[in-house]
Design a binder for this molecule. Structure first.
Ligand SMILES: NC(=O)c1ccc[n+]([C@@H]2O[C@H](COP(=O)([O-])OP(=O)(O)OC[C@H]3O[C@@H](n4cnc5c(N)ncnc54)[C@H](O)[C@@H]3O)[C@@H](O)[C@H]2O)c1
Ligand SMILES: [Zn+2]
Length: 367
């Protein structure tokens, strides 16, 4: 095996380079994985356009990993185990096994971590954004606990979708979503559509989706068409009043949906979410905000509406999503994938393509 490999590294905003870097050393307690597919996430795009946000600033070591830029990117990935490090006994993990990666890094010592909220770690980071390696590379060495086996019927391109699906899965759990509850998803990007797949997996019968982009409306309608048994409506806020329509469409006396997921993160989306949700209902904010919105607090007060935030995923979420895919509860998640590109073309046909048009949802890179 050569001692160098190809990887896509982040040097700063608008500066991603495919370059030759040393193969990482396999440390005790780690597993060496050969990534087969790695998705480009909205967060990667933010780093590319206006970073550093989660990536450390030039010359400033990350608070958890201590790493500085340039850093290998890619945190939504799956591949094959090629080597077990010292102290990792073949058992749950074996060489040759297909696996997906849970990329959230945490210190396990801060108060939120000790309070079993590792997804809110004070020093948290991401494998693929904060150092220690990433999925846009030929090899990655990871702590054993970050590696999850994929069943035989879950290929690695689907394995690369487990991470965004786990975000959505976690959001449904945090919102206390039960099948009898109606939902409105605001924003049908990869995360909004991941919420749709999870709602379908949980057996929800009434789902509204609000989206402004014609291409993404088309994509959402295509997914909806393969679930004729479920009442799925796609609304266009540029043509209709989403709050009025959501109240009309959600049964039981025009009360509006029980739960609204904000997966867009703009003033208009949170206004629609708070306006549409029924009294006593939950607005679950999944979006990460570029600037703080203004919130109609009295609408929350007089409607006893709950506004919650959700971050990443927690213990059990990855395993539950993998099982839901394997057992067919999450059906045809590959519909999220709109293109597959080579590592050498990741910037032009991946990052730039995603910025150019809403035609794409999830683009996977073959490292
Ligand atoms: N909480 C978490 O742990 C977590 C994890 C991953 C991503 N996120 C965040 O989730 C959000 C969604 O991610 P994504 O990758 O799907 O982003 P995206 O930008 O691809 O999708 C957002 C969608 O919202 C649509 N939109 C914009 N304004 C709208 C409006 N007024 N009404 C309806 N739709 C509107 C856009 O057309 C777009 O399709 C982002 O803010 C992202 O940072 C959060
Ligand atoms: Zn912590």
């Amino acid at each position: 095996m050569a001692d160098s490999m190809k990887a896509l590294r982040y040097h700063g905003a608008k500066d991603l380079r495919v370059e030759s870097v040393p193969i990482p050393e396999l440390l005790p307690g780690q597993v060496k994985v050969k990534p087969e597919w790695c998705g480009i996430c909205g967060t990667d795009l933010h780093e590319y356009i206006t970073g550093p946000i989660l990536t450390p600033a030039v010359g400033k070591p990350h608070r958890l990993t201590g790493c500085t830029v340039p850093l290998i990117m890619g945190h939504e990935f799956a591949g094959e185990i090629v080597e077990l490090g010292p102290g990792v006994e073949p058992g749950r993990l074996k060489v040759g096994m297909k696996v997906c990666i849970e990329p959230a890094l945490f210190d396990d010592t801060c108060p939120p971590c000790l309070d079993r909220r590792r997804n809110c770690c004070d020093r948290g980071g991401f494998f693929g954004l904060s150092g220690w390696g990433g999925g846009f590379s030929e090899y990655a060495c990871l702590q054993e606990k970050l590696v999850h086996p994929l069943p035989d019927n879950v290929p690695t391109d689907i394995g690369a979708l487990v991470e965004p699906l786990a975000v959505a899965w976690h959001a449904l759990k945090a919102a206390g979503h039960t099948p009898d509850r109606s939902a409105l998803i605001v924003g049908a990007g990869p995360i909004g559509l991941a919420v749709l797949f999870c709602l379908l997996a949980r057996g929800c019968r009434q789902i509204l989706i609000s989206e402004v982009s014609p291409q993404r409306i088309k994509h959402a309608l295509e997914i909806a068409s393969s679930h004729p048994e479920v009442d799925i409506r796609v609304l266009d806020p540029t043509k209709e009043d989403v709050v009025v329509r959501a109240k009309e469409l959600c049964s039981q006396g025009n009360q509006g949906p029980n739960v609204v997921y904000d997966c867009a993160g703009v003033q208009k989306s949170i206004d629609a979410a708070i306006g549409a949700v029924r009294k006593g209902g939950v607005v679950c904010n999944v979006a990460v905000w570029e600037k703080p919105p203004s919130i109609d607090m009295n609408a929350l007060v007089f409607g006893e509406k709950k506004l919650i935030g959700v971050a990443l995923y927690d213990e059990g979420d990855f395993q539950e999503v993998i099982e839901a895919i394997s057992t067919g509860k999450i059906r045809n998640p590959e519909k999220l994938i709109t293109a597959k590109v080579a590592l050498d073309d990741a910037v032009t046909n991946g990052f730039e393509a995603l910025l150019k048009s809403r035609e794409h949802v999830k683009i996977l890179v073959r490292p």
